[in-house]
Design a protein around this ligand. Structure first.
Ligand code: KIV
Ligand code: ZN
Length: 512
């Protein structure tokens, strides 16, 4: 009989621990809708005690979605209380309580004895269970913990009301045989182990996160924790798309199945790559740009004769379309809308109207519009939906014998504002002019951490996509702008990041 493996997606919580990645509450809600369409069983939406923004994200995702929504909490009354409040209107809430179990974490990080940690497990899990919500418990750094102590920790968690027991390989130290044997040991020795769901949470420091997750499943785990594109702290977490496609491709052998809608994998991967600015390497399994391309003559010949010669996965099964319909300036709204759907977007009439008009504007200057162009246009639109300032116009003076000067006019509710500023080149001058206009609203100084521009497609008429990363008050905000004019793309990207900063600042000031 097939055993269905549950997918616990933590892209919005552990994935957000990727260096330089930050999601606003609105971004998390939008992303969660994608994850629900991807068919994940549980969405870990955030860590409500860590910030107002995460509290808001967990609350809104819990209210809006029908999938199980999980909130992380340290093993103390305050965190558990905050997580429960964030989940109070959720349709299927789960509180995820965690505490370290390894001696090194207990002694050096928490300054606690084993007994004190056990007490914290009992009290915090019991408190979480008293809300009537489902409770998951994680023993952080389990793979470097003493096995007998681990048994007492999980035993205490089950007795206090946890029904999902998670075994994290927090530092990516385990190897598959050892992780398999750890699960075997726990399932055999923890009292009541057969009546709860066991879960694996693997990090990829040794490149074994996916292999370890599957070893755990073979040993009896019913849930795997993972992120889209494998993003996460350091070398990341187990990649959702890899676990799903291994089960789809080889599950028959092992007798496993899953509920992931694999046709939505590519769209989800690109969505998160755009949102985070962290793009999978070209040779990354399943979602890398080269994952389904065949360069050598011998391979191409084989593929043409019969795909199965060199292809173990049908690209269509992960949502890659073989279609060669080319969009261009003569394409109609219907074709454009159909392409956005195929790329995984679910846009309403107003969004289609706005993005299609932008599409036409750019298509006038380009011969053909690729999927990457369409994706860039839609992402830019979605990013720019909310914002205090919008670009009205800009003028640049620059040359090799003069200091660059930018004159920027921004539009907001209060009308138009124009400022001029010099800079080291046209981009720097533009950013300086924007800072002059926006500084009263950013709640303090803003540092530019990175700026880059890349052609989305080839040719001199290529769409340029600019990306910026800024830091203000310790938080990081990313921005993106697209145009066939690289200065305009840069201005839009910077403005996009600044608008995010202003929105975050306004939320803090409003105390929401
Ligand atoms: O890696 C880890 O240990 C975690 C826990 C909070 C589950 O992310
Ligand atoms: Zn983790």
């Amino acid at each position: 009989m097939e055993r269905r493996v549950r997918f616990f997606d933590t892209t919005l919580r552990d994935g957000e621990q990727t260096p330089g990645v930050h999601f606003s509450a609105a971004q998390k809600l939008d992303a969660a809708r994608r994850l629900e369409k991807l068919g994940v069983d549980v969405i870990e939406a955030g860590f409500p005690a860590s910030s107002e923004s995460d509290f808001e994200a967990v609350a809104s995702i819990g209210r809006e979605l029908s999938v199980t929504v999980c909130a992380l909490a340290r093993a103390n009354a305050e965190d558990v209380g905050i997580a429960a409040r964030a989940l109070k209107d959720a349709r299927r809430p789960r509180i995820h309580v965690f505490i370290a179990a390894s001696d090194v974490h207990l002694e050096k990080k928490l300054g606690m004895t084993r007994e004190e940690a056990l007490r914290a497990v009992r009290e915090s899990v019991a408190l979480a269970a008293s809300t009537g919500m489902e409770v998951q418990f994680s023993a952080e750094d389990a793979t470097r913990s003493d096995r007998e102590y681990l048994v007492s920790v999980f035993d205490a968690a089950i007795k206090a009301g946890a029904t999902v027991l998670n075994v994290p390989d927090t530092v990516g130290y385990a190897v598959p045989e050892e992780f398999f044997s750890l699960f075997e040991y726990l399932l055999k020795n923890v009292p009541g182990a057969e009546s709860v769901t066991w879960s694996a949470h693997c990090h990829n420091d040794l490149g074994l996160a996916v292999a370890n997750s599957l070893a755990a499943v073979r040993a009896g785990a019913g849930q795997v924790e993972c992120t889209v594109n494998g993003i996460g702290e350091r070398a990341g977490n187990a990649a959702l798309e890899e676990i799903a496609m291994i089960i789809s491709t080889r599950g028959e052998r092992d007798g496993f199945s899953h509920g992931i809608v694999t046709e939505n994998i590519t769209a989800a991967s690109r969505f998160f790559a755009d949102l985070t600015g962290v793009h999978p390497s070209p040779n990354k399994a399943i979602v890398g740009q080269n994952a389904f391309s065949h360069a050598s003559g011998i391979h191409q010949h084989g593929i043409i004769a019969d795909r199965s010669t060199y292809q173990i996965i049908d690209p269509r099964s992960v949502g890659l379309d073989d279609s060669t319909i080319t969009l261009g300036k003569l394409s109609g709204k219907h074709a454009f809308s159909a392409r956005t759907k195929a790329l995984g977007y679910d846009l309403g009439d107003e969004a289609i109207r706005a993005t299609f008009s932008r599409f036409k504007e750019i298509a006038e200057k380009k011969d053909t519009m690729t999927d990457d162009d369409v994706r860039a246009i839609v992402s830019e639109y979605l990013d720019g939906l909310e914002g205090k300032f919008f670009l009205s116009s800009f003028q640049i003076q620059s040359g090799n014998k003069m200091k660059a000067m930018a004159l920027i006019t921004l539009r907001s509710d209060g009308g138009e504002v124009t400022e001029a500023a010099p800079g080291d080149g046209p981009v720097d001058a533009s950013f300086n002019a924007i800072n002059k206009i926006a500084s009263p609203f950013t709640g303090g100084p803003v540092d530019l951490l990175s700026y880059g521009i890349a052609a989305v497609t080839e040719g001199t008429d290529a769409l340029g996509e600019a990306k910026v990363k800024i830091r203000a008050d310790g938080a990081i905000f990313t921005g993106r702008g697209v145009s066939t004019d690289i200065i305009k793309a840069s201005i839009k990207a910077y403005l996009n990041a600044i608008n995010k900063r202003i929105a975050a600042n306004e939320r803090t000031e409003a105390g929401s």
